[in-house]
Ligand binder design. Structure first.
Ligand code: FAD
Length: 167
């Protein structure tokens, strides 16, 4: 395994492209941890893992694109699950505004840019809880497809995020 410092590698050890910030440094919140470590040190996973600090309950490391993503989808789908079934006008406007701001502040900037582009092309459906849950499921599927992951069946969004599965 090579420990040579890679000079601005284009592709990470995950096979995904490495994302750089505007200042030319590898983006901490846009790459997986191993890709980020590879881009900054040239060290591939086994060595990178060996260099990880020892963790304890309070001493975890900053989140990478996958941890941020999973946590964010959990928050978004949970918002859908608790959104009123028949929201009033203010709730509908607030949710649309929230989604826009969410895209503006999303820690992985290129993910946020793509999300805002999706919002621009696909007006959020916020008139009922089910409409929003399905709209969000479609938005999540768009990212799944982009990342080569299977699509989720949006008829099941409530089982996954609200009601739970029957035994
Ligand atoms: P996640 O995709 O995080 O899904 C978590 C859980 O949600 C799954 O286990 C499943 O039970 C459920 N689920 C899956 N699909 C759906 C769906 N369609 N509807 C409802 N529930 C579903 N990562 C990148 O590398 N590049 C990007 O451009 C990018 N853009 C993103 C944009 C946004 C707005 C967000 C929130 C995340 C983005 N991510 C991006 C992160 C990426 O989507 C994943 O969160 C990350 O790769 C971790 O994936 P995961 O396999 O743990 O499951």
């Amino acid at each position: 395994m090579s420990t040579e410092k890679a000079s601005e590698p284009k592709v990470g050890v995950s096979g995904r492209k490495i994302v750089y910030d505007k200042d030319g440094k590898p983006c901490r919140t846009c790459n997986s941890l191993t890709d980020f470590q590879f881009a900054t040190t040239g060290i591939k996973p086994a060595k990178a893992a060996a260099k990880k600090p020892v963790k304890d309950a309070y001493k975890d490391i900053p989140p990478d694109v996958e941890v941020i993503g999973k946590s964010s989808w959990t928050l978004l789908h949970s918002i859908a699950a608790t959104y009123p079934e028949t929201p009033d006008n203010k709730q509908q406007l607030d949710l649309k505004q929230f989604l826009k701001l969410f895209g503006n502040f999303y820690p992985c900037w290129y993910c946020g840019d793509d999300f805002k582009e999706y919002l621009g092309k696909n007006e959020p459906k916020v008139d009922t809880q089910d409409a929003f849950g399905r709209w969000l499921c479609d938005a999540h599927n768009e990212v799944n497809v982009k990342l080569g992951k299977p699509k989720f069946d949006c008829n099941l969004w409530k089982q996954r995020w609200k009601d739970g599965w029957e035994e």
